[in-house]
Design a binder for this molecule. Structure first.
Ligand SMILES: [Zn+2]
Ligand SMILES: [Zn+2]
Length: 400
């Protein structure tokens, strides 16, 4: 079923691409099913959709608020049923702006973000929508049963999404950077056969330097360039470790930030990466067959570019040492007892209090995950359910 869906999506896509439409669908020998990544043109921001060979869908970021008018219908074309997972790399508006509407219009089964507090109205509203509409909330937190391994998400047919960063409480969040929200972006490596994609959010140079001290093979065929091509990220040592064959820069035409910067274009060129830009070329389609990746920009007449996969080993090249002992003066911070996937609502107990976040129309049980994720937000506490019901609706996530 999922397979049929993917074929249909591919058919529509192939038919829409000039030059490719004439290719006969005949297949003499069984070809591996493709892994497809769409780097959407969302203006100044990020949004990319992964469609695995078995039809699993992962959306990484949802562009700025103004992007949802184009993004929602595009996702409806490509995805049938709810998204399997939405990853918000970090709670900045150019990455989360379209997500609330996407969740409402397309749906999502799971939501993951780096799980640090961020005082913004749009993020709070998004968490409210997540609380009401999304079944599971995940974090890249290491599994306490095996804290020295990286968290991985299988997408079928050997396609794996590995979460490289952040890894709290095993490793503490990076602090005192140009932007700590950027520096603690979720970094994920998607692998399929010899090909890999590295999604770096808005990683800062500190993120790159720290990750390089970890036993990780960063080699990736396609790099989603950090921070829209901002000059501080994509350092030469990091690019030397990633060895990207192709680099995708997601940014807006004539944006106010000067993205991408000449410095980053030059550093990418120095490692031999073919550069794709959503501001100039529109949406960029990347299709992996496990051996090569074919990149096709939507705008312009340039033919598809085929780059070879070069990944030979596992993502983790050894057990992840904990940085906790170093950063907390010898005191090892114990891993929390929660599993990365939280599904079941907490069991009901007597004496429960109910809490509503400022500006929200719903109330939650006091132990609801949504509240834990919004520790510093203003809140109203009700000591009994009747008073809460008088003023607000029960939230769908914890069903108080
Ligand atoms: Zn950004
Ligand atoms: Zn950012």
């Amino acid at each position: 079923m999922a397979f049929a869906r993917l074929l249909l999506a591919l058919f529509v896509l192939l038919a829409a691409l000039p030059g490719l439409a004439a290719s006969p669908p005949a297949r003499q020998e069984p070809t591996p099913e493709p892994l497809t990544v769409y780097f959407f043109d969302v203006g100044q921001g990020d949004a990319a959709l992964i469609v695995s060979p078995t039809g699993k869908t992962v959306l990484i970021d949802g562009g700025p608020p103004e992007a949802d008018e184009a993004l929602v219908p595009r996702l409806r074309q490509l995805v049938q049923g709810p998204l399997d997972l939405i990853i918000l790399t970090h709670p900045h508006l150019d990455h989360l702006g379209g997500l609330a509407r996407i969740i409402q219009a397309v749906g999502a089964r799971r939501f993951m973000d780096p799980d640090f507090d961020h005082p913004s109205e749009s993020y709070r509203k998004l968490l409210d929508v997540v609380g009401q509409k999304v079944g599971q909330v995940m974090t890249p937190t290491p599994n306490p049963v095996a804290p020295e391994t990286l968290l991985t998400i299988g997408l079928g047919e050997g396609v794996t999404l590995t979460l490289l960063w952040p890894r709290t409480p095993r490793d503490t969040f990076l602090k005192d950077t140009r932007s700590d929200a950027n520096a603690n972006s979720i970094i994920a490596k998607l692998t399929y056969g010899k090909t890999a994609f590295l999604f770096t959010g808005d990683a800062e140079p500190e993120t790159e330097a720290y990750l390089l001290t970890r036993p990780i093979d960063f080699t990736s065929t396609v790099l989603k360039v950090a921070h829209h091509g901002g000059r501080y990220s994509s350092t030469a040592p990091f690019l030397a470790a990633v060895k990207p064959q192709a680099a995708v820069i997601s940014c807006g035409t004539g944006n106010d930030y000067g993205h991408p910067t000449g410095e980053v274009l030059q550093r990418l060129g120095a490692v031999g990466a073919r550069i794709f830009r959503t501001d100039l070329q529109g949406e960029v389609l990347a299709v992996s067959n496990g051996a090569t990746v074919t990149l096709t920009p939507k705008k312009g007449r340039s033919p598809p570019t085929v780059v070879p996969g070069q990944v030979t080993g596992p993502v983790a090249t050894g057990p992840m040492p904990s940085s906790a002992s170093r950063t907390t003066g010898g005191k090892v911070v114990p891993a929390s007892g929660t599993l990365p996937e939280r599904t079941a609502p907490p069991t009901r107990a007597s004496g429960t209090r109910y809490v509503s976040l400022e500006g929200s129309e719903v109330f939650h049980r006091e132990d609801c995950r949504v509240l834990e994720r919004a520790k510093t937000k203003e809140r109203t506490v009700y000591t009994d359910r009747a008073s809460a019901v008088r003023e607000r609706r029960p939230a769908k996530d914890c069903d108080p």
